[in-house]
Design a protein around this ligand. Sequence first.
Ligand code: FAD
Length: 353
Amino acid sequence: MTGDRHTQVVVIGGGQAGLAAGYHLRRLGVDFVVLDAQAEPGGAWQHTWDSLRLFSPAAFSSLPGRLMPPRSGERYPDAAHVVAYLRDYEKRYELPVRRPVRALGVHRDGDFLRVRTDSGTWSARAVISATGTWWRPFLPAVPGRADFGGRQLHTVGYRRPQDFAGRRVIVVGGGNSGAQIAADLAHEAELTWVTPRPPRFLADDIDGRALFDAATARRRALDQGRGDTGGVASLGDIVAVPPVREARDRGLLEASPMFSRLVPGGVAWADGSRAEAEVIIWCTGFRPALSHLAPLRLRGRRGRIVTENTRAVDEPRLHLLGYGDWTGPASATLIGAGRPAREAAREIADLLA
Ligand code: FAD
């Protein structure tokens, strides 16, 4: 451990989840550092497409301690507004974020966990991993992928519709990203929108606030042994934010069922029908970015780690924040990040005491 830097807690990831952890650790008087691989504040929000709109109004997209200010003239703020908010948040609370620093591996060393990075090693009594999912795009296995002669990209590679003006584009995915990107492209490209099941739009008056309530109610019901309420999935898949609603109402968001294979010039369905395409955009989700935890050899399924709330069951000095409901109801949302962060910080403070 010679040459290591020492602190009580290392938070890996300086997006919203890492910052929410920092806020609560600071309040509890814990010594910590946040290591973030990005050169600038804002986590994944720096990299989304230009027209992305939050699915909740600003006040309902806030981290602990500070309300997100409204964006003038816009009910649903854009990603640039979130980046500005996160930049201000870490400055206001003087959070000790080091960047760009990438954690390469977390290792056990007696009473300590050592975090090996591309800028030296930190040694700590506990680690919070808050590295998000944006960095691990998921692509489903579909036959013929290598045969397709056009361009394929994932949500993470999409920026603006002008890049695809006049092109034949297939957007795959029936979640918020798929619907928003399809709506974005509908006026510029020759669009085919493909969804594995018919798109399920939430009622127009339902937004992220209701999703947060549903996720919280589900967790409460499960904790109290009252069974599964179905949570967010029971309401629908797609928040009808204004651009999506407008495209849907103009009949531009009619979805086709999932194709069965890619062919050189496009895609083909099992019944023999085909659609030509020059571009396929896969809006098919993400997996948690957890490769830095591999040295700990923790059990898990589907790329996850077994947790009790935020604590890793097989390594109680490790907490996971963000990622999805499995690390706290709606924990991978702005408004939902705060509560699990508070609980993780409290548990760690108890461990250190
Ligand atoms: P991130 O923002 O990804 O931050 C993680 C940070 O960790 C990044 O800076 C990353 O560089 C860093 N990192 C990763 N690996 C390492 C490493 N090994 N070492 C050091 N640093 C590392 N939520 C809402 O509340 N409202 C919405 O409207 C909404 N819309 C969304 C739209 C899309 C398209 C997506 C994908 C998500 C949306 N979300 C929304 C969900 C969620 O709020 C965001 O995904 C958010 O970015 C998650 O924050 P995070 O801090 O968990 O992860």
